[in-house]
Design a protein around this ligand. Structure first.
Ligand code: ADP
Ligand code: MG
Length: 332
């Protein structure tokens, strides 16, 4: 999971990326074990539970200055720490149930803690997920949440099932969060309505939990967009052994982003920027209209899966657009 890091100077010095690192050092600790329906490699692990249900489990850490700017309001940090985990549950089609909170704090600041707990609690109540444990330590600010949810095992969404002929769709709009981050990083402060909207999309992502549940058993593949569309979609293509054409002109764009960026600059924010926390799904063409009618968020068709392999980002005339970077890598 990304992010903001790519815009923060001073790290990314090692030679391997985090996916190579996991593969080299940790994958062998995960042999096939009884009860593991899906292990390393998807948004959630799926563990067999009673009555055909699977327990979906995911962990994400937010580190101050890396995953959010140091000046971020405590309410927003609490909200976002839970939202990014709920987004992974959404990508599995799971219904949120329980979470644990491992909190490392530089100091026990009562005002900060009150606001942090309010942000966390507001989203937890909205999504009906209960805090059931955790750990509290002193150090640089870091928040790790492990979230658990349930999904009928046979209907869980994953990254592996995209097929040639599937339509690629995304929920909501893309590129807002990274545009918000760009505003926060710029030297002159922008306090207009568009700036506030974009910064809000960065700080308070709305996890697409209801959409994930509505897509259960229908989408052939799903992933949540944390590291940028191009990089995240590649994970689906690799896991499914397929390729895709994506039509850049069709990427769903908020009015605020429409006004903030145009042309290649906008496409770059939308295809390579992170922190969208929208769902990207692959589904049969005939399923799009009924699914769209059932969702609480817009669903936009942005491309097609094919059997050729590789990801092609296309402009309006069908030409391949190169140079839109592909997803954030922590150690590269
Ligand atoms: P996401 O962006 O959906 O949170 P990540 O890119 O962080 O997913 O991780 C990719 C996959 O690698 C996930 O299945 C995750 O559980 C797994 N993973 C990440 N770090 C580790 C680790 N240190 N040990 C084992 N598995 C890991
Ligand atoms: Mg994810």
């Amino acid at each position: 999971m990304l992010r903001v890091a790519r815009y923060w100077p001073g790290y990314s010095r090692c030679v391997v990326n985090e996916f190579d690192l996991i593969h080299s050092y940790f994958k062998e600790l995960a042999p096939t074990a009884p009860g593991v329906l899906a292990g390393i490699g998807d948004d959630c692990a799926l563990l067999q539970a009673a009555g055909g249900e699977a327990l979906a489990v995911t962990t994400d850490t937010l580190i101050s200055g890396r995953h959010f700017p140091e000046r971020t309001a405590a309410f927003d940090i609490g909200w976002k720490a839970l939202a990014v985990n709920l987004s992974d549950l959404a990508a599995a089609g799971a219904e949120p149930r329980w979470f644990t909170l491992a909190l490392t704090l530089p100091a026990a600041d009562a005002e900060w803690l009150k606001a942090f707990a309010e942000g966390l609690g507001t989203l937890a109540r909205q999504q009906r997920i209960a805090l059931v444990g955790g750990d509290t330590t002193r150090g640089s600010l870091s928040i790790t949440i492990t979230a658990m949810g349930v999904v009928p095992a046979a209907q869980a969404l994953n990254r592996r099932g995209a097929r040639a002929g599937d339509v690629v769709c995304v929920t909501g709009t893309l590129g807002d969060a990274v545009a918000g981050l760009r505003i926060l990083k710029s030297t002159h402060s922008d306090t207009g309505n568009d700036a506030r909207y974009l910064i809000d999309r960065l700080n308070r992502p709305q996890p697409r939990v209801a959409a994930g549940i509505a897509l259960r058993g229908i989408a052939h593949a799903a992933i949540d967009l944390s590291d940028g569309l191009a990089g995240d979609l590649r994970h689906v293509l690799d896991a499914s052994g397929v390729g895709a054409d994506i039509w850049l002109e069709r990427l769903p764009t908020s009015p605020a982003l429409m006004r903030a960026a145009v042309g290649m600059e906008r496409w770059s924010l939308q295809a390579a920027g992170g922190d969208d926390y929208e769902l990207c799904v692959c589904l049969p063409p005939e399923a799009v209209a009924p699914v769209r009618a059932a969702l609480d968020v817009p669903l936009t068709e942005i491309g097609r899966i094919d059997g050729r392999g590789g990801l092609r980002l296309l402009d309006a005339s069908g030409g391949c657009v190169e140079g839109l970077t592909a997803g954030y890598l922590h150690f590269q």
